[in-house]
Design a protein around this ligand. Structure first.
Ligand SMILES: [Zn+2]
Ligand SMILES: [Zn+2]
Length: 161
């Protein structure tokens, strides 16, 4: 089971839930909306610290043992990266995806791929060298467009093994 939290005014639940159920065989629940915490904003970068938002999402329902994912519209970064599409924190079982840099005509597909990718990390999968596998690392939206929403046979074997 995974709890899907969205930044207010985000409406990505239906498509991402379908992708998670189809690709990772996870039951999903729409767990409500949240405001991005102000402490996550870095005024020097004009971006939000992904880990600070993950901590916030993880704390929304602290007793829950379910996986959690947050979907936000703000630009996010992590240490050493100019920007990221998403991040996963296995310790808190919580992932985050930003739609900010995924815009364009493929935005729905891109969001689904990045959501499956980050939740794949929560389930223990690492990056995959197969450029069509959803677990391949995306540096650009072109990378995201090139990969499929599905796991390659090797990653699927690891997940089911
Ligand atoms: Zn990754
Ligand atoms: Zn793979």
């Amino acid at each position: 089971m995974i709890e899907v939290y969205q930044q207010e005014n985000c409406d990505r639940y239906a498509s991402t839930a379908k992708a998670l159920e189809k690709e990772l065989m996870l039951k999903t629940v729409s767990a409500g909306s949240f405001s991005v915490p102000s402490n996550a904003f870095n005024p020097l970068r004009h971006q939000h610290d992904a880990m600070a938002i993950i901590d916030h999402v993880a704390a929304l329902n602290p007793v829950s043992k379910n996986l959690k994912i947050g979907i936000v519209q703000v630009d996010i970064y992590s240490q050493g990266m100019n920007f990221i599409f998403g991040l996963a924190d296995p310790l808190s079982h919580t992932a985050l995806v930003s739609t900010y840099r995924l815009s364009g005509e493929n935005i729905h597909k891109r969001i689904c791929k990045e959501v499956v990718h980050e939740v794949g990390h929560l389930l223990g999968l690492s990056h995959c060298s197969d450029t069509s596998c959803v677990m391949c690392f995306s540096n650009t939206v072109e990378d995201t467009d090139r990969k499929e929403q599905t796991l390659c046979s090797e990653c699927r074997r690891k997940l089911e093994g």
